[in-house]
Design a protein around this ligand. Structure first.
Ligand SMILES: Cc1cc2nc3c(=O)[nH]c(=O)nc-3n(C[C@H](O)[C@H](O)[C@H](O)COP(=O)(O)OP(=O)(O)OC[C@H]3O[C@@H](n4cnc5c(N)ncnc54)[C@H](O)[C@@H]3O)c2cc1C
Length: 462
């Protein structure tokens, strides 16, 4: 039996962050991850000549904790962050528009873009502006917000179907991953207030220029090793048993270890199953799927880094030609990743059916597509991509501190105030690590009061 100082269970972004912060603070950390790689829901696989991400991921400039993690991992330059929010928007049958912010303070930064936004008429733009100001004024500290649906609130604000499609859903579907009618108003207020209505540069969009596995999993493993942590991939933790002097962890049936503290950074149902004493809630959080459709064509059909679709299931289309390696292996061809959030109606459809369903809209969005030859078309499905941020979901999101002494929770599903995002995951990892550091009275390795030991590199700021 081996005594660990801190065991972190789960190697997604939350677990990587918590483990790194604890290791940076001088703790002896072992990170256990069931899969053969780190990165959790952000990962990549090889398909022929392509490095394919399980799903397109974006972040915003306001994702400060996530961006600090990228810095800590030394991979910021492997991402691209827009200098100014700039979204090309296309609606089949209705034309194209652009949402580009200016340099004015929020919310005036979107005024010019809205004025010229051809997918709404002047009356719809006016009503949207009034609703956006009402959204800015919502009090996020009011617990009643989580009891209401975002869709109800939009109707109350006089937002018609086209305004919801062309403005609110554009941001809301991708970040909340449930339709407005099924989304908590509290989470919607969080997204729109922090992302769009407070700081003028908050919504500048960023994305990875390399496969996600390289950005998060591989870089995480390197950083953790550098910080002195032990990473055990392919190692499922089957039991975490609280005892008088810390915890016993049962790993892969035949191995037992002890730990003074444990951070559980696994999905909600798994956390509840491993240690039911954390309390009821996580097992009631539903899940929502995301589907990505991957399209390789023999010539360029998209001349932007990405485009957003309106009035079509095709929500966001990213050009992944460079990041997937296709540019080198097949010059002149293009690889598009098509993201479908809140994809309950698509997740079980066969590939051929999805292709029949989506192709007319793809051809409407990309006029050069009918002339191109489709080299590859495949689908990735993440059935439990996010927790379901529906009205009332807040009570099921538990805080980092649990009723079990020295057991802490992390994960995008925990009580971060954020929807299920990379930012939420990283924040939760920071919070759990801080709670673990704050709860410990003794530096277990050295027998000194906690905090007295040498502080290595500062971790990710909370
Ligand atoms: C297709 C897709 C697109 C997305 N797009 C975006 C986006 O554009 N922007 C954004 O911000 N977010 C996006 N997200 C959400 C984001 O990826 C997640 O919120 C975040 O990665 C969750 O991280 P996590 O560490 O909380 O959980 P996870 O990534 O789920 O990590 C939990 C880990 O625990 C491991 N585990 C479980 N049980 C055990 C056990 N018993 N022992 C050991 N290990 C265990 C799992 O294998 C997993 O690796 C997207 C998600 C998906 C799936």
């Amino acid at each position: 039996m081996t005594r660990q100082d801190v065991a972190v269970v789960g190697g997604g972004l939350a677990g990587i962050t918590a483990a790194l912060r604890l290791a940076d603070a001088g703790r002896t950390v072992t990170l256990f991850e069931a899969k053969p790689w780190l990165g959790g829901l952000t990962h990549s696989f090889r398909r022929g000549e392509l490095d394919v991400d399980n799903g397109q991921h974006v972040f915003l400039r306001c994702c400060t904790a996530y961006r600090s993690l990228l810095d800590r991992l030394g991979v910021t330059e492997q991402t691209h962050l827009q200098e100014r929010l700039d979204i090309a928007v296309r609606q089949p049958g209705a034309g194209a528009a652009r949402l580009r912010r200016n340099g004015l303070p929020a919310p005036l930064h979107l005024g010019g873009a809205l004025f010229g936004y051809g997918l709404l008429n002047p009356m719809q733009r006016l009503r949207f502006t009034k609703a956006a100001l009402a959204m800015k004024a919502l009090d996020r500290a009011d617990p009643a917000l989580d009891g209401r649906s975002f869709g109800d609130w939009l109707r109350e604000q006089g937002q018609d179907a086209q305004t919801v499609r062309a403005m609110w859903d554009l941001v809301g579907l991708a970040t909340l991953n449930v339709p407005a009618d099924e989304a908590s108003l509290a989470l919607a207020a969080m997204v729109f207030q922090v992302g769009l209505l407070t700081d003028n540069d908050a919504a500048d969009i960023g994305w990875s220029r390399v496969p996600l596995r390289r950005l998060h999993g591989d870089a995480g493993e390197r950083a953790l090793a550098g910080a002195g942590a032990t990473v055990r991939t392919g190692t499922r933790v089957d039991a975490v048993l609280p005892g008088k002097n810390g915890f016993t962890l049962r790993v892969r049936d035949d191995e037992e270890l002890t730990a003074a503290q444990v951070v559980l950074a696994v999905p909600p149902a798994a956390a509840h199953k491993l240690v039911p004493e954390i309390g009821s809630g996580p097992e009631h959080l539903g899940t929502s799927p995301i589907v990505n459709v991957h399209l390789v064509v023999d010539r360029p059909v998209l001349d932007e880094p990405f485009v957003a679709g309106v009035g079509t299931p095709i929500q966001w289309v990213f050009d992944r030609t460079e990041s997937s390696g296709l540019a080198a292996s097949r010059p002149g061809a293009q690889y598009l990743a098509v993201s479908l959030s809140a994809a309950a109606e698509f997740v079980d459809l066969p590939v051929a059916k999805l292709r029949d369903l989506l192709f007319p809209d793809l051809e409407a969005l990309f006029p050069e597509l009918p002339e191109a030859t489709v080299v590859d078309f495949f689908v990735t499905r993440e059935r439990t991509a996010t927790f379901r941020g529906s009205p009332g979901s807040q009570e099921f999101r538990l805080p980092a501190r649990t009723p079990v002494t020295d057991l802490f929770l992390a994960g995008a599903w925990t009580d971060t105030g954020w929807p299920a995002t990379m930012e939420g995951a990283v924040r939760s990892g920071d919070t759990a690590a801080d709670a673990a550091l704050g709860a410990s009275t003794v530096d277990i390795r050295a027998g000194r009061p906690a905090g007295a030991g040498p502080q290595r590199r500062q971790g990710v700021p909370a």
